[in-house]
Design a protein around this ligand. Structure first.
Ligand code: COA
Length: 165
């Protein structure tokens, strides 16, 4: 069985498909009010983007099976990179290590996909929490920008644990 990453309270952090059972909880995921200048006000916005856009794939972030956040990923068929977006931890669940564990789980997931080589994402330069989280996880600026956001990248994880997903 795959070792799941844990948050600081020892809860197992996992990613699951959005389903008939959990979509309402994912839609209700909400950041702190002051974070709305960086991200959508609700997980619902990202869920709709996934459903309507045909590019992004939304996942529920769970702590011991309960929905605590949203993340989505995409494959850029032009250059073969994989992208992470819409990382949103519910306000009451922030600061407990969920974001770090969920990022680790997402990197593992993408690293196990056929042909995966580089993972990219973007964040607003004033989003210090995101900047620290992603820099600690090895993401470095590519020099590109997306709208007003910095694009960063890292190689996929090639350790055997990552390959097992
Ligand atoms: C960014 C976000 C996903 C982090 O999730 P989290 O569960 O709160 O983060 P964690 O508790 O796992 O913390 C991991 C690291 O992130 C950084 N971090 C998290 N919150 C931070 C804060 N308020 N200020 C500075 N750094 C912070 C720290 O480096 C932290 O490590 P440390 O605790 O050892 O210092 C969360 O704050 C969030 O959902 N923000 C709103 C949405 C957003 O900005 N998403 C990213 C868009 S690109």
């Amino acid at each position: 069985m795959t070792n799941l990453p844990q948050d600081r309270t020892g809860r197992a952090i996992s990613l699951s498909e959005v389903s008939d059972d959990n979509w309402r909880a994912v839609a209700d995921v909400a950041p702190h009010d002051e974070q709305r200048r960086f991200v959508a006000a609700l997980g619902a916005r990202y869920l709709l983007l996934s459903m309507r856009g045909g590019l992004w794939h939304s996942l529920a972030i769970q702590a011991d099976g309960a929905v605590v956040g949203h993340v989505m990923w995409a494959h850029d068929s032009d250059d073969g990179t994989h992208w992470i977006g819409g990382m949103l931890i519910d306000a009451v669940e922030q600061g407990k290590g969920v974001g770090r564990a969920a990022l680790q789980a997402t990197i593992r997931l993408l690293s196990g996909l056929p042909g995966a080589r580089e993972i990219r994402l973007s964040y607003h330069p004033n989003n210090t929490a995101a900047a620290r989280l992603y820099t600690e996880a090895g993401f470095r600026p590519t020099g590109d920008t997306e709208d007003d956001e910095i694009v960063v990248a890292r190689a996929v994880d090639t350790t055997p644990a990552a390959a097992r997903g």
